[in-house]
Design a protein around this ligand. Structure first.
Ligand code: ADP
Ligand code: ADP
Length: 226
């Protein structure tokens, strides 16, 4: 069974005659453990798709089904809890909380959920991402690559089934991008997670199992990478 599925997903902004069809009928299925890259030009609908998949925004029409659950059937409160427990988000600009140190940033989502962090698991993530020496640092004292590693650790902390990443390497140089991508790939394999990642970078997309190309709110191509 697919872990993530969209059915004829549509998202329109504004009204006729100036309506923007950001997504115009996207149907796709992603299997558990897959690493998918979503590519396409600026404005093609990639972020809108990711936001719908993560329940951050509601579709105009169509469905998002995660682990057999239809997100449109959930009210906002249930959706928030579902998101926090099942989905890890990674963004281009890291979105770390500047007044919390690295460790506090990593465990924040778990704490917000009222859970006690699983120390053994959290320590494993910290060591896989090479953050042991940085736990007491404030985000602003870290390089971009380091901040993104913290953001990945935070995304993993709640043991999500799915990682949704929006241009995770968009602000990083090419070597750091390769490193960060390698880490996302390694941790997702280790913890059996499914990853959907938006990228502009064709080289980075090649590192995914599959590339889905979006144009004008529709899927143009879906191909397995060598
Ligand atoms: P991409 O991530 O591929 O750059 P987006 O999903 O951000 O594309 O945007 C797709 C289209 O939807 C663009 O034309 C964009 O201007 C429009 N759009 C995105 N978000 C909004 C919004 N909140 N209000 C109006 N138009 C939007
Ligand atoms: P990384 O070590 O994550 O690959 P970069 O390649 O971006 O980081 O940076 C190279 C080195 O420069 C790193 O060792 C990092 O400590 C340092 N550095 C870069 N930017 C900053 C910054 N804003 N604050 C502190 N150190 C930085």
């Amino acid at each position: 069974m697919s872990i993530l599925k969209t059915e004829d997903l549509k998202k329109y902004y504004g009204e006729e005659p100036n309506i923007v069809r950001a997504l115009d009928g996207v149907s796709l299925e992603i299997e558990e453990g897959e690493f998918v890259a979503v590519v396409g030009t600026s404005g093609s609908g990639k972020s809108t798709l990711l936001n719908m998949m993560g329940g951050l925004d509601k579709p105009t029409e169509g469905k998002v089904i995660i682990g057999g659950k239809d997100l449109s059937g959930m009210d906002d409160e249930r959706l928030t809890i579902f998101r926090r427990r099942r989905i890890g988000f990674v963004f281009q600009n890291y979105n770390l909380i500047p007044i919390l140190n690295v460790y506090e940033n990593i465990v924040l989502p778990v704490a917000l959920d009222g859970e006690t962090p699983d120390g053994t698991y959290i320590n494993k993530i910290i060591s896989l991402l090479g953050l042991e020496e940085k736990l007491g640092e404030m985000p602003n004292n870290l390089s971009g690559g380091q901040q993104q590693r913290v953001a990945i650790a935070r995304a993993l902390a709640s043991k999500p089934a799915i990682i949704l990443a929006d241009e995770p390497t968009g602000n990083l140089d090419s070597r750091t991008s390769q490193d960060v991508l390698g880490l996302i790939k390694m941790t997702s394999r280790q913890f059996h997670q499914t990853v959907v990642m938006i990228t502009h970078n064709e080289e980075i997309a090649q590192l995914a199992d599959r590339t889905i190309r979006i144009e004008d709110g529709r899927i143009r191509e879906s191909r397995w990478n060598a």
